[in-house]
Design a protein around this ligand. Structure first.
Ligand SMILES: *Cc1c(COP(=O)(O)O)cnc(C)c1O
Length: 392
């Protein structure tokens, strides 16, 4: 890697992630003193880098981590081991028969989403000579993954079919948790409670980030937040209780004065005003910056808003810096695209999308810098491998 400072980069504040984890844990423990909060780090930790987040969340006390794919789980297991953690990792999308060998090699646990998944893991357990750990996922209204009504009925008729595996966690997933008044929240909670009373084993887990804010009835034993850990707002329409985690910065490559009534950028979509000054930044839609912010959003330079002018290019963004003095808007100056002064939820709103989408698209081309006291933690500095609670 070149040693020169990068033209654009993301800072991930691991102390803020730990603080957000602590806030959510406190929220759950108001109603259940034994509650614990895991961490969802699928999609490379919502675009922030799962390898950095996994050890930080483990150190913060997350008793389990969740990814979507087996390959993500293998990478997370590697990062955890290097930092001296043996935290359980669950594969939300499940594990196919062809993936079982890798799952065992990397000590990954499947989320069992159907009777077929259960049968597969039961066979593996028999072959291994012991019930292997897993999570049981009951669909309560999302209609996406999990034991459906037919599979659940069979399970309720004979819960002993679970005896061949070691269910550490029984879970379901909310469809409308970011809409507190939606009737489906109550319906899903009630269905989950009823099903878990009959077939539930291990810890019970229903709530994602927004679900943890729905009220005491939704928390159960283990929270499964992703988004809120990374600082986006889990309670849309209300003040964001989370600490910002992500900062995206880019350098001004050039600043120019555009002749009157010339245009700026592709499609000549923006007309210049007399005396207009335009700064060009090293960030574009190839970096995940939303194309739809062309002519609508803004970035922040030294505390001043600089509106986006013209279309977003693949590698570049043009912003209007006419209102800023030369001493602030010059080549090499740094603009904040996301951060304490540039809210990710507001950006998502302007882009016509959701904060999940903005975060997970943040491009691989950006340098990533971990900040905070947990950032420098190496295998040597981390906790030893002994005496770690492995449930679940
Ligand atoms: C993504 C996901 C989560 C985390 O959701 P957030 O809204 O980011 O907190 C929890 N559980 C499941 C099953 C998921 O797929």
């Amino acid at each position: 890697m070149p040693s020169a400072p990068p033209p654009a980069w993301i800072e991930v504040d691991l102390d803020a992630v730990a603080a957000n984890h602590a806030l959510l844990t406190g929220l759950m423990r108001q109603h259940n003193p034994a509650a614990v909060v895991g961490g969802v780090i699928k999609a490379d930790g919502y675009g922030l880098g799962a390898a950095g987040l996994a050890p930080a969340l483990a150190a913060a006390g997350a008793p389990a981590l969740f990814v979507a794919h087996l390959a993500e789980g293998a990478a997370v297991r590697h990062a955890l081991t290097a930092a001296g953690h043996i935290t359980p990792v669950y594969i939300l999308n499940g594990i196919t028969a062809g993936e079982v060998a890798d799952a065992l090699a990397f000590d990954l646990r499947p989320v069992l989403n159907s009777s077929a998944d259960l049968a597969c893991w039961t066979r593996q357990s028999a072959a291994a000579g012991r019930p292997l750990p897993a999570a049981l996922h009951i669909d309560t209204g999302m209609n996406r993954l999990g034991f459906d009504e037919h599979d659940l009925t069979r399970l309720i008729d004979d819960p002993s079919v679970l005896d061949g595996v070691d269910i550490r966690l029984t879970m379901s997933h909310l469809a409308c948790a970011d809409q507190p008044d939606h009737p489906l929240n109550r319906a899903q909670r009630d269905r989950f409670r009823a099903a878990a009373a009959i077939v539930g084993r291990g810890r019970l887990s229903l709530a994602n980030s927004s679900g943890l804010f729905l009220g005491p009835g939704w928390g159960f034993d283990l929270g499964r937040p992703g988004l809120a850990l990374y600082g986006a707002n889990p309670v849309p329409g209300r003040p964001n209780p989370m600490r910002p985690v992500v900062t995206l910065k880019a350098r001004l490559l050039q600043v120019r004065t555009v002749d009157s009534f010339e245009s700026v950028g592709y499609g000549a979509a923006a007309r210049a005003r007399p005396g207009m000054r335009v700064a060009t930044l090293a960030a574009g839609y190839a970096d995940g910056w939303p194309w739809s912010t062309g002519g609508r959003g803004h970035v922040v330079i030294a505390g001043h808003a600089a509106p986006i002018v013209g279309r977003v290019s693949m590698d570049l963004l043009t912003v209007d810096v006419t209102a800023l003095p030369d001493t602030l808007a010059h080549a090499g100056a740094v603009a904040e695209l996301i951060g304490a002064h540039r809210d990710i939820d507001q950006l998502a709103d302007e882009a016509g999308t959701i904060s999940y989408d903005v975060l997970t698209r943040l491009g691989r081309r950006y340098a990533r810098r971990l900040t905070g006291s947990a950032a420098g933690m190496s295998a040597d500095a981390a906790a030893p491998l002994t005496e770690v609670d492995r449930t679940p």
